[in-house]
Design a binder for this molecule. Structure first.
Ligand code: PHE
Length: 444
């Protein structure tokens, strides 16, 4: 069977960066940072990204490209008749879980596009904007409707296939998002009282570093880079045999980190200036941003463009999540791409509805004292991704080994890559150890 592949080098980077850059950077990163001590969190986060980001990403790429398979098929090919494919299934399961709550927030971006076009933020104060956001969650059907529309859009792109679907959208719009974030960052930094927010973000208070903060940073790093659940194995399987995966991983990691830090620079100075608590969670983005636009010349247009780009960024991420499930269904269950897309989308909607509805006040949709929405977020980012990444590096480092890894990474010796030794050392020793220690420290 001939497989879809990415059309060009920039296509691979664009698609993988498209998966990485999304609500995780602009919505989830500020929430986690605000709730976990600000600058200290940023420091730990950056350390984890620098030390573990590229090695873990390359482990996934190598598994994917060497087998040309979805995560389950890949483990089955490399270690037939073993328990390893379990981690492929875990990845597909995780894609479902993430899709279910991620599509809730993605749906909000559509609601906010409509609000922005209708000029509904103009002249309102923070309390009113916050109140309206809260009130929106109480209208369950509206959240669910937007969420379903978003999943439908995702299914549409995924159905059209990898090359002319994902690539085309990601290539043009992601750079635009960076530009608009820079403009917003400049505006945010010049607001009165912005300095305090800037210090919150960049001045680490080391006493804030605790086990749970470490786990949050670890989970956020994996979540943001789309690592630990097979998205990158799947995308790796579409990478051409003569591409340089190391530079791809480096570009994706840099782009993703740049967007996250920029999002922080946009959100926190403004939040402190307007009096939004850093622990405000969802409101941090969905209330602070409209307030910035209110203060800007041309704010009306900027607001529309921003939320459109945010929706697109979310879309290139949901595409990658759905693609994992679809690739599995097509290649392992042997159903057509069309039916796989319909089935996967319907499944995500079925679970996702509960995530959306669980944000209503006084909801009974809770797990372990959290709303269903928060429960899915916690389960995926703080448990499934670290566990998945742990076993992926273990597999590459200890089961497949250095020779196999280096052969695939260097395109059978055609690339030099003098740092390959360091990368493999991290994969084999440092990454499993660091992930295990952080994971355990968070739950002790
Ligand atoms: N990395 C995406 C983001 O930051 C979310 C994501 C996580 C996508 C895991 C795929 C897999 O928005």
């Amino acid at each position: 069977m001939s497989r879809d592949g990415f059309g060009s080098k920039i296509g691979v980077i664009a698609a993988a960066a498209g998966s990485a850059v999304g609500l995780g950077n602009i919505y989830r990163f500020p929430c986690e940072l605000g709730n976990n001590g600000g600058g200290a969190f940023l420091l730990v986060y950056l350390l984890i990204v620098i030390c573990l980001g590229i090695p873990v990403m390359l482990s996934e790429f190598v598994i994917g490209r060497s087998t040309q398979k979805n995560p389950i098929g890949a483990f089955k090919t490399l270690r037939p008749r073993s328990a390893w494919p379990v981690f492929g299934y875990l990845g597909v399961f995780c894609a479902f879980i993430i899709m279910a709550f991620y599509s809730t927030v993605a749906g909000w971006t559509l609601e906010y596009i409509v609000k922005a076009v209708g000029n509904q933020f103009q002249g309102k104060d923070l309390a009113t904007i916050e109140g309206e956001f809260e009130a929106f969650h109480q209208v369950g059907w509206k959240n669910v409707l937007w969420q379903c529309i978003f999943i439908f859009l995702t299914g549409f792109v995924v159905f059209k296939g990898v090359a002319d679907g994902i690539e085309k959208y990601a290539k043009i719009l992601m750079p635009l998002l960076v530009v608009i974030l820079i403009v917003l960052g400049v505006k945010s930094l010049t607001l009165p009282g912005a300095g305090e927010g800037f210090s919150f973000l960049f001045k680490p208070d080391f006493s804030k570093i605790t086990g749970p903060v470490l786990v949050s940073a670890l989970g956020q790093a994996f979540f943001s880079l789309s690592m630990g659940m097979g998205v990158l194995i799947t995308y790796g399987s579409y990478i051409k045999k003569d591409d340089n995966m190391a530079t791809t991983a480096l570009s994706v990691t840099l782009a993703d980190t740049l967007v996250a830090v920029l999002a922080g620079v946009v959100i926190f100075p403004a939040a402190f200036s307007f009096g939004v608590q850093p622990t405000a969670g969802m409101g941090l983005v969905f209330s602070t941003l409209p307030m910035i636009f209110n203060q800007m010349t041309g704010g009306y247009i900027f607001c529309i463009i921003f939320f459109v780009l945010l929706a697109v960024a979310a879309l290139t991420s949901t595409i990658s999540l759905l693609e994992v499930i679809v690739a599995y269904l097509v290649e392992e269950v042997h159903i057509t791409r069309r039916w796989a897309t319909v089935l996967a989308s319907a499944g995500c909607m079925a679970v996702g509805v509960f995530a959306s509805l669980s944000l209503k006040q006084g909801t009974s949709l809770t797990i372990a004292g959290m709303s269903f929405f928060d429960g899915l977020d916690f389960l995926s980012a703080k448990i499934l991704l670290p566990v998945g990444a742990f076993f992926i590096v273990l597999f590459v480092g200890w089961i497949m080994g250095k020779k196999w890894f280096n052969t695939e990474l260097t395109n059978e010796g055609k690339l030099k890559l003098s740092i390959k030794g360091v990368i493999f050392f991290i994969i084999k020793y440092l990454a499993p150890l660091a992930i295990a220690v952080i994971f355990i420290s968070g739950f002790l």
